[in-house]
Design a protein around this ligand. Structure first.
Ligand code: AMP
Length: 126
């Protein structure tokens, strides 16, 4: 079943300028801004400007230009936030939630970039 994008989601409203955001960096196809409820000293969300619901939707349907722009922006954020091991930082985690089992709250594709502290295990033990 194809994804059905809801343009009333909060990130769509941010992209339209209807609600404010704490922008870290913006490119032609993507926007990075600070999470309103940070889970770590660095917690930046990176979103494409196009109408994609989650990771597989974006990876399958976005143009090459959108995908490259998005991925390169994540790298720039890691470097400028000082969390890239390749730049002397202490590391980070990138998380992309999709659907119910991942508890995705906002149905506009986004990656969480988290760092600035030890982030612990990947998942809680069941
Ligand atoms: P997810 O569960 O992966 O969909 O994560 C959605 C994230 O969006 C959560 O970490 C929220 O804290 C964050 N969030 C929700 N509304 C806003 C907003 N207006 N500005 C910044 N971050 C937000």
């Amino acid at each position: 079943m194809p994804y059905d994008y809801d343009d009333q989601n909060i990130f769509a409203k941010i992209l339209r300028g209807e609600i404010p955001n704490d922008t870290v960096m913006e490119t032609e196809h993507s926007l990075a801004f600070r999470d309103i409820t940070p889970q770590a000293p660095v917690h930046v969300l990176v979103i494409p400007k196009g109408p994609y619901v989650c990771h597989d939707h974006f990876a399958a349907q976005a143009s090459d230009a959108e995908i490259v722009d998005f991925m390169r922006l994540t790298a720039r954020i890691c470097a400028t936030e000082g969390i890239s091991p390749g730049e002397g930082g202490e590391g980070f985690r990138v998380i992309g939630n999709a659907g119910e089992h991942a508890l995705q709250e906002v149905p506009h594709y986004h990656l969480h970039i988290l760092g600035g502290r030890n982030l612990g295990a990947l998942l809680e033990k069941q």
